[in-house]
Design a protein around this ligand. Structure first.
Ligand code: OKP
Ligand code: ZN
Length: 343
């Protein structure tokens, strides 16, 4: 399988608030480095770096003012004399009236975030932009028919980023940008399947009112798991998009035996929707030893996961999301891609 990646991912590394203290983020550069090394060692196929794409491809999935905020936030934060990662401390609770966008950077950080999990520093924007370009380049290779499938080794991840907010290590929603790019290139119906442990709230939000992009997600039940406020089974889309959103919340401790039949259901919904191209938000934080998640998939199960996704018979773009046990994520990702290719 063709793999797309960018050395620019390493420009972004930050901190996170965890257990009430600031720590180095679980989402760190070694993640992408180890995945790339394992893809290479496995001889999975050709490796390419990203092609630059027009800003319009980003603004097709996010608001103009949000992309502008990401581009300029670090300069405006440091202009106020601060040097550490920019993090929000105030969020607008939407209770009826819509407050206007604040002018101060501190207000904007909250306005454009769902949590304090997406720090911004000097390397963030170039890495975030490159990550989106990796997904777009992978989509191009598949939509053109050159490749049946491709792997976008995106970092930072994207699936928590909404139309105009960052959060949960995510800034631009790489999977949504790729899915929208497929639509722009003329693919009629697209599906996004999210198998990261965490619900892909950002992707859901971007397509919630649209019938042309189906979103399905298997994830830890939001009653107990991040992001807590989205991912329930009764969120099925709205307006013209009603019926084009399918959430499968699962309990802590879910293993492959319990996971696989639910995946079969999600894939059946995607087929029934008539999708012609599949974008997979690929998180391997469903692994039994993941340090921040609570499912129990084993390394060999990822071969079956890839095989089962291949059974949809669709041109497929895998977009990297989460997975935090660095010793094992490369092996688990390679297994998904191998399983898909050998199916
Ligand atoms: C990103 B991805 C809960 C802390 C949650 C944020 C997790 C973001 C996961 N104790 N921190 O979906 O893998
Ligand atoms: Zn995750």
């Amino acid at each position: 399988m063709l793999t797309l990646h960018s050395p620019r991912h390493a420009l972004h590394h930050g901190t996170e608030l965890k257990d009430g203290t600031i720590k180095p983020s679980f989402e760190h550069p070694q993640r992408a480095d180890t995945i790339l090394a394992q893809v290479r060692a496995a001889g999975l196929g050709e490796l390419r770096t990203e092609q630059p794409h027009d800003r319009a491809a980003l603004v097709a999935a996010h608001s103009e003012r949000y992309v502008q905020f990401l581009e300029t936030a670090w300069a405006r934060w440091t202009a106020t004399g601060r040097q550490h990662d920019a993090l929000p401390l105030v969020w607008p609770v939407r209770e009826g009236g819509q407050a206007p966008e604040p002018e101060h950077i501190d207000g904007q950080l909250g306005f454009y975030a769902m949590d304090a999990g997406a720090p911004i520093n000097g390397g963030t924007w170039p890495a975030v932009q490159a990550s989106a370009h990796v997904a777009l380049t992978a989509l191009d290779a598949v939509a053109s028919g050159e490749q049946r499938a491709a792997f976008a080794l995106c970092r930072p991840p994207g699936h928590h980023a909404g139309p105009e907010y960052a959060g949960g290590y995510c800034y631009l929603n790489n999977a949504a940008i790729a899915a929208q790019h497929a639509r722009t290139l003329g693919v009629g119906r697209v599906a996004v399947l999210d198998v990261d442990f965490h619900h892909g709230n950002g992707t859901q939000a971007i397509f919630y009112r649209r019938p042309d992009v189906f979103f399905a997600s298997l994830h830890g039940d939001p009653l107990r798991s991040y992001p807590y406020f989205w991912g329930h089974a009764d969120e099925t889309g709205a307006g013209e998009g009603l019926g084009a959103n399918a959430n499968y919340p699962l309990p802590h401790g879910t293993d492959w035996a319990a996971y696989s039949p639910v995946l079969t259901q999600a894939l059946a919904r995607i087929r029934a929707h008539g999708a012609e191209l599949l974008v997979v938000s690929l998180g391997v934080d469903t692994f039994e030893h993941d340090p921040i998640s609570h499912f129990r998939l084993r390394t060999a199960d990822y071969l079956r996961l890839g095989q089962q996704i291949a059974s949809a018979g669709l041109p497929t773009v895998f977009v990297m999301e989460g997975g935090y046990l660095v010793d094992d994520i490369g092996r688990n990702v390679v297994n998904v891609l191998r399983g898909f290719e050998d199916a």
